[in-house]
Write a protein that binds this ligand. Sequence first.
Ligand code: TXA
Ligand code: MG
Length: 347
Amino acid sequence: MSELQQSVEAGQAGIDAGARALEAGKLVAFPTETVYGLGADAENPAAVAAIYAAKGRPQDHPVIVHVAPGAALDYWCADIPSEAYQLAEAFWPGPLTMILKRAPNIPDAVSGGQDTVGIRCPSHPVAIRLLQAFKGGRGGVAAPSANKFGHVSPTTAQHVRDEFGDDPRIAAVLDGGQSEVGIESTIVDLSRLQTHGPVLLRPGHISLDAIAAVIDQLPARPDAAAPRASGTLESHYAPHTPVAMQDTATLAATLERLHGAGRKVALIHYSPLPPVHAGIVLPATPDGFAHALYAALRAMDGTGADLILVEAPPQDGAWLGVNDRLRRAAHGSAGIVHGLINNTTEL
Ligand code: TXA
Ligand code: MG
């Protein structure tokens, strides 16, 4: 944990107040090691409905249930395979979400009407203390990322406040500094293990190889019948400004042409490149890049640039999560670079 995180961490009084607000059916935003979540009591359908309303999220998209360390998995999930216990043992508390058959304690509102539930035990100390204080540690907190539907996930308390302003539905935003991991949890579907094996629904910090090392099976890519996940929509995690990715080799020439066309470019990169309208240099490692990515997208989104151009990271497996998020952030902007250079894109 960074010094920054320790220095601004919500105190126990704030955490206890957050737990009481959750118990009273209110929404509380809280830090996790991946991104900030917008939490509600998972067993209170009206509170869960308020999350959907605040986010503008479609009703049939399920939310992840967060539990305290040592929580009884079988209270929330049914038909639990031994592999789920092995993965929980290896990676919890931590950035892994498992999709399992749901138990009757999960209301329809949480699972989006599906017969499964996503469950995870986060490792951020504020999240753990909140979950321990909430219903004496026996509750579940349903929480999507604390952003408007389709937008970039928040990695600081300020990002959450920027998303929701003073939305009266949100009783508190607990501050835990900047999320360490920076991209959302790895999601692995174990609900159809017998027939389909484990399936990776969303790549993240916990890699395919790390999962395979624990359960002796490499999770497969999703098939058509895999459970739905909004994080797997083609366009997601997107800033308001169009986003494009370019290989390092072509980036300098593209920048020159965009400059020639009078375009303002905000650049997110890791190689040395000439100065532009605005720019942020990110670490050239998968963990460092992921940690800083969403804050960089938000910062560049606020610069008034015509385009956010991202230097494409390497394609190898360690970058899977980062490349997945960048591809979705850029999805709605296909052809944008060409259009801006040739003056065929209206801004
Ligand atoms: O790191 C994270 O997972 C963060 C923090 C707050 O824990 N949460 C997060 O939640 O990213 P959200 O709702 O923004 O993304 C969760 C994804 C969604 O795409 C949702 O559709 C999927 O998980 N999901 C949740 N429950 C599911 C289920 N039962 N079956 C399939 N997908 C599910
Ligand atoms: Mg989300």
